[in-house]
Design a protein around this ligand. Sequence first.
Ligand code: PLP
Length: 372
Amino acid sequence: MTVPFLDLAAQQAEIADEVLPVWRQQFATAGFIGGPEVDAFEREYAEYIGVAHVIGVSNGTDALELAYRAAGVGAGDEVIMPANTFIATAEAASRIGAVPVFVDVDDEYLLMDPGAVEAAITARTRAIVPVHLFGQTAPIDVIGPIADKHGLALIEDAAQAQGAASHTGRAGALGRIAATSFYPGKNLGAAGDAGAVMTDDPDAATLIRNLAAHGSSVKYVHDHIGMNARLDAVQATVLRAKLRRLDGWNAARRAAAVRYGELLAGIEGVCTPTVRPGNEDVWHLYVIRVADRARVMAELGAAGIGVGIHYPTIVPLTEAYRSLGYRAGQFRVAEAAAGSILSLPMFPHLTEAQQEVVATAVAAAIPAIVGG
Ligand SMILES: Cc1ncc(COP(=O)(O)O)c(C=O)c1O
């Protein structure tokens, strides 16, 4: 039996009967951008997250840029973020002339290290961006007060955490403004690119909506140099259908994570992921750490098991960010993790039988390492 890294076919099949008739109508009426489906999704997602405003947008990277701009981040401002995130967290800052400042993560959960955040604050810091990596919230309970103390905006990158919660609330409702991605493989995924910005601040919400539509609230009246970052109606229809199932699918991911924990528990040399106390993890990714990853990957690949690395190179050491002058050795934990992390198949419809195949293959690969 082969096991794909991600299989969305079952998700699509579950929602097809709800989505296709609406798509047919959108196609017939050419109601493609904005409209009632987008409005309804924004309302439903706002209620789900527990925020006053959701602005549906084109993708997660644009959502981050809009969140940064609405928080007042501009050219030359520093934005503190973890070194091990998807590059979009940094790209969105660079696109508006701000400077990403990368910090290390903790060794247990691989989430932004609050001590490193505090040490990175300068007179030019404007915002702190905790990333809710792999499906669990960053330590906002510690980072939030640091942001408050220094008068900085707390902007969540909630792209990997739809439905995740800490003891104080849902991911997306924990900072001043939050951005998320509905890339198809996310826990709440569209049928293409999509994203959203979330906030309780009505002024920020108005500005974000304006910026996302060419800096315009009234047609051909342009208050700002904005962008074209609107959410399509066809995506909103898919997102509405999937949102109704999100809690169930996240529960299935949670059950799969528990099962992986049991199946992998006895295997020496495999470090399984843990959940920070107070967090409700939605297991966007199930990330283990192993010593000789290249070899484990090769063995799993040969066994027909799909795996991933999130991410093989930390953002400050990518070619794209070479000009910032970071050097290997500056991010002890994130760099070590980048060399050993391995994402196993994880999706709501993953079966017990598939997980057993994965665990058996992992166990078979490890003695090969131990034995040399
Ligand atoms: C942590 C993180 N931030 C931002 C993004 C960017 O989202 P998008 O691909 O929708 O632009 C992603 C997803 O790809 C992500 O995982």
